[in-house]
Design a protein around this ligand. Sequence first.
Ligand SMILES: Nc1nc2c(c(=O)[nH]1)N[C@H]1C(S)=C(S)[C@@H](COP(=O)(O)O)O[C@H]1N2
Ligand SMILES: [Mo]
Length: 419
Amino acid sequence: MPNTNEAFVKEHLEVTRRWLLRAGTASAVAMSGLPLRSNDKLSGPELQAAIDGLESYFTKPDDFRDVSRGKPKPHSLDEEQRRAVGLTRETWKLEIISDADNPARVSKELTKEKETALDFNGLMQLAEKHAVRFPKVMTCLNIGCPLGMGIWEGVPLREAIWLAEPRENLRRVFYYGYHNDDPKQMFRSSQPVGRVLEDLYDLPPIILCYKLNGEWLTPERGGPVRVVVPEGYGFKSIKWLTTLVLSNLHHANDTYANGNNDLDSPLKSFAATLSVPNEIKPDTPFAVTGYAQVGVSGLSKVQVSLYKEGDQLPKDDPYFTKAAWQDVQMLPPPGAWGGGLPDGKIPAHTMGFEDGRPASWPMKLAKVHWATLMPALAEGKYRLRSRTVDANGHAQPMPRPFRKSGHATIEQVRITVKA
Ligand SMILES: Nc1nc2c(c(=O)[nH]1)N[C@H]1C(S)=C(S)[C@@H](COP(=O)(O)O)O[C@H]1N2
Ligand SMILES: [Mo]
């Protein structure tokens, strides 16, 4: 896609011009967003420079932010230690057992003791037939910003569960990873068995993941094998996986429950800025870029609003629904995907892609970038807000505004315009 940016900028300038015209006439309305001066300096280069400076679409595995626990963190062990505790592809073993407290009826537990645990070769045999890969943004429920965006490859978790030949009384699967053999350090997550066995609402399967962006999963990202839950926040995607427990428990028993977190909350949509110039001169349009996380309900729009500091916004409107919001342009799929993909190419048969191109855009459970040229402003202090509107028409932070179920608070950025 050679001319994508050029075409985008052209169209974007047209959109911006229409916006300026509209916003200019809207100033008669009691509440005026976007105080405007002139638009005669409106031009492409600043916007193009800001777009060129954006982060890559996919994140290199080493550039993910790491929030994992453990003393020591399992990925900090040296190669020999990792080999000793089963955290290399040669020594990895996965146990699949019934829950002693809430037993599921299972014909064949897979254990190290009986030497029936699944090893990496066994996983690769399953992979030959069942491997899938899909794009997903990894986001911590507690931290607003995504940790990284990747293409995750693995075997559907259900394929491993079927090896144990479960018969009945199986309602939940919980799972954990290597935790220095210290029960206090165990970090556990869980799924209703129905979600593991069937991919509802066109979601990709929950996987036993062994590759990220086409390369073996590194120790820091949870290698040799981690769980990845496509629609989940990060705490569902357990790293350094060692154990699957088949349980008749009828409710979630994740470690994250202890932090007052909403364990059943799938990814939300929200917008945030990535670049706003430090210094903005009066009467000079300026470029702003950002990203949006596209949650389970998809994304129809990203919008911004700009108000002078101290401007009266309607009372009793905590989500700024009555503010003057303007659409910004979401960037099309990038010419280069980044993330260290082999040959820079989307791996074959990646879900959501056809012939290396996204089948729809923006992609759900992923990121999309946006950029906009803001109008020239007079000297003063302003506040820029950005928000998403999901594909069902719910503007951020709706439809799920509460904290502890994933970040959705509307971002506010202070802007100073000074000669
Ligand atoms: N074993 C284990 N898995 C874990 C964690 C952990 O502390 N231990 N942290 C979880 C949390 S809270 C998040 S947000 C993600 C982060 O994944 P990343 O390090 O690949 O970005 O890993 C999850 N998996
Ligand atoms: Mo997290």
